[in-house]
Design a protein around this ligand. Structure first.
Ligand code: NAD
Ligand code: UGA
Length: 460
């Protein structure tokens, strides 16, 4: 089966970059990315320097493909109708209410997509799960599709995405592996083959792994859990290093040199952030509990608990080092994105650290090279709206916050500065430079192990 027309529902951090790369590598396929958020679509169609997703290399691909065979649109129904293959790349956050609240994945966006596809489809469709989903979701989607439209055949295949933000384009160009899970029926195998052919334009055959749908779905959750587990392991060891005089960098290096362990994802930090690790592990914990595997659930839950502990530990160290009291002290938070080279701040450690310091009476100056001021405020508002006792209380918290457009201004007049994101521009920071800029002697807290010198560095 030759695919000529692809629709991707969801123009976010996955849908945008993934479809841009498919469009680049397959100029003969028309790729339309749709979203219900019209302002996001406007930005995808707007200036290259203001695309809704910042990723190194992405704007160049958009320049080459947009209007050629890549389109961004709010015409969801028409795009579904036109396409032979539909990717669902919508968000799957943790549920905030109902059964499984705080743990299970909220599948309402995926279910709404499925209902919409069923309503519109007049010809057979291949529906690709691109979103990260709990194992056996494909069953539910199939049920929704066939219950709402019995006239056409829907093939559901699972094709989880493994890109990491900040390196998305590189990851998409040279994936370690592409997983495609499908049913072992004739039409299921045809659907898998159609998608494999698309990836095979630039990914070698041996890296395209076909498997059953449930394995593909679970492999995604398991991969994220294993990656996050390595970070929590090294972060837990960073606390022992601080007590014993061992050095976490030296420890990481020594551990990683064992080729069975390998060096990646062993960098101690102020805690992992990002929209997926926490929600995917919570989802895994929920699934374990659902199947009565309580010990397994507890094991994975601890990965998240250590992460919370690490963020809190970092904030407490800042408070302790400033004499146990930060009331009316000014602290600069450098970096708001959850890692460098992205404008995404979802679950960034900076949010909870800032909240804790402000709760303790500090004034906070914030600078990030890519996260917009409105986003920073929204992140804090999401927590403060729930915590604040009154409008006055809420505005009081905001009055302790100032956002800057360069780090040099952000650190002036401060008692301390804390590096939360490993942006390259922060690497130049050292005591001499800070003293020159501030005329003072603020303490430097390195949460990302990037500085040569600081008063406090995780694990040292
Ligand atoms: P996102 O929030 O950036 O984008 C999702 C988009 O879907 C939003 O723009 C939203 O408006 C849109 N949407 C939701 N419901 C819709 C509907 N019914 N019709 C049209 N549009 C709709 O999310 P994301 O970060 O791109 O993540 C998407 C999925 O991919 C998640 O399941 C996530 O776990 C997974 N994932 C994310 C990453 C990552 O790096 N962000 C990597 C791998 C996998
Ligand atoms: C992660 C996975 O790496 C991707 O494979 C996956 O597709 C994606 O989640 C997803 O499902 O969303 P991402 O969260 O974008 O990607 O970025 P990572 O590079 O994994 O970093 C996550 C967090 O861990 C960041 O806060 C980073 O600073 C932190 N980290 C990473 C460490 O603290 N130490 C490390 O050694 C590595």
């Amino acid at each position: 089966m030759k695919i000529k027309n692809i629709c991707c529902i969801g123009a976010g951090y996955v849908g945008g970059p993934t479809m841009a790369v498919i469009a680049l590598k397959c100029p003969d396929i028309k790729v339309t990315v749709v979203d219900k958020d019209s302002s996001k679509i406007d930005r995808w169609n707007g200036k290259y320097q203001d695309l809704p997703v910042y990723e190194p290399g992405l704007a160049d691909i958009i320049k080459k493909t947009r209007g050629r065979n890549l389109f961004f649109s709010t015409e969801i129904d028409k795009s579904i109708d036109d396409a032979e293959m539909i990717f669902m790349a919508v968000n799957t956050p943790t549920k905030t209410e109902g059964k499984g609240a705080g743990m299970a994945a909220d599948l309402r966006y995926v279910e709404n997509c499925a209902k919409n596809i069923a309503k519109i489809a007049t010809a057979d469709k291949i529906v690709v799960e691109k979103s990260t989903l709990p194992v056996r979701t494909a069953e539910k989607i199939k049920e929704i599709l066939s219950n709402n439209n019995s006239d056409v055949n829907f093939e559901i295949i699972s094709n989880p995405e493994f890109l990491a933000e900040g390196t998305a384009i590189k990851d998409l160009f040279k994936s370690d592996r592409v997983l495609i899970g499908g049913e072992k029926t004739q039409s299921g195998e045809k659907a898998v083959e159609a998608l494999a052919k698309i990836y095979n334009r630039w990914i070698p055959k041996e890296k395209i792994i076909t498997m059953n749908v449930w394995s593909a779905e679970l492999s995604k959750l398991a991969s994220n859990a294993m990656l996050a587990q390595r970070i929590s392991s090294i972060n837990s060891l960073s606390a022992i290093c601080e007590k014993t005089g061992a050095d976490i960098d030296e420890l990481s290096n020594a551990i990683g040199l064992d080729h069975r362990i390998g060096p990646k994802f062993l960098k101690a930090s102020v805690g992992f952030g990002g929209s997926c690790f926490k929600k995917d592990i919570l989802n895994l914990v929920y699934l374990c509990k659902y199947y009565g595997l309580n010990e397994v659930a507890e094991y994975w839950h601890k990965v998240i608990k250590i992460n919370e502990y690490q963020k809190d530990r970092f904030a407490n160290i800042i408070i302790d080092e400033l004499g146990g009291n930060v009331e009316n002290k000014k602290i600069a938070i450098l970096g708001w994105a959850f890692k460098k080279n992205t404008n995404d701040s979802r679950e960034s450690a900076a949010i909870e650290i800032t909240d804790k310091l402000i709760e303790n009476g500090a004034h906070i100056n914030i600078y990030d090279p890519k996260v917009k001021e409105s986003r920073i405020k929204e992140d804090l508002n999401n927590i403060w709206e729930l915590k604040s006792k009154s409008e006055k209380d809420l505005s009081n918290r905001f009055s302790r916050l100032e956002i800057f457009n360069n780090y040099k201004d952000a650190i002036k007049e401060t008692h301390a500065l804390a590096i939360i994101t490993e942006w390259d521009e922060f690497k130049e920071i050292n005591f001499k430079l800070v003293n020159q800029i501030t005329n003072k002697n603020p303490k430097i807290f390195d949460g990302r192990l990037i500085l040569k010198e600081s008063n406090y560095t995780i694990g040292k």
